[in-house]
Design a protein around this ligand. Structure first.
Ligand code: ZN
Length: 189
């Protein structure tokens, strides 16, 4: 099942998401559906709040950028109840976009290296270190679980310049090929 994507301005994107239990009903199907939604919308990462579920799951499928980023060529993972325990390396700029903020890309500063622990879809525990582009996607998706969007991380001037554009996006003024949920619209269970 392909979920509609919740768009900037919707309250669910600002909530701190909750951890889930191993016996969370329909977990396998949900993760499968998240991957299907991600492929359909041509993204490389998706967090559960972006489909209206305030739970601590995000997924990454780096296949679309695999030609340019060999580390991501076969990188397809689900991160459940993840915790970033260490951020290190240089703070570097990188261009980011977000399915919840259509057609907007900005340079965002983040640490180049993260250590993260999480459970995968088979409820196996992992404690891993990532760098570069992979770390970047993890940091972006992880922020969604805490109600943080990449536009929050821009400098005050840039934020001010983008205010009008973000307001327009929140009202549905964008052209994309996936279904969306705007602020105030109900999320179907
Ligand atoms: Zn995002």
């Amino acid at each position: 099942m392909i979920y509609p994507i919740v768009i900037y301005g919707h309250a669910v994107l600002r909530k701190v998401a909750s951890e889930i239990d191993e016996d969370y009903e329909g977990l396998g199907q949900l993760i499968e559906d998240m991957f299907e939604t991600l492929h359909y919308s041509d993204g490389i990462g998706l967090a559960a709040p972006q489909i209206g579920k305030s739970i601590r799951i995000f997924i990454i499928d780096g296949t679309p950028v695999g030609d340019d980023e060999p580390d991501l060529a076969n990188f397809k993972k689900a991160f459940i109840n993840a915790h970033i325990t260490e951020r290190s390396g240089d703070i570097v700029p990188m261009n980011e976009g977000c399915l919840s903020i259509p057609n907007l890309r900005e340079e965002v500063m983040r640490e180049s290296r993260v250590r993260i622990n999480y459970y995968d879809e088979n409820w196996e525990y992992h404690d891993e270190v990532y760098e570069g582009y992979t770390a970047r996607i993890i940091e972006h998706e992880y922020d969604h679980l805490d109600g943080i969007l990449f536009t929050d991380k821009l400098n005050p001037l840039r934020k001010r310049l983008l205010k009008g554009k973000l307001t327009a996006i929140s009202k549905g003024k964008f052209d994309i090929n996936y279904k969306t949920i705007l602020a105030g619209q109900k999320i179907k269970e």
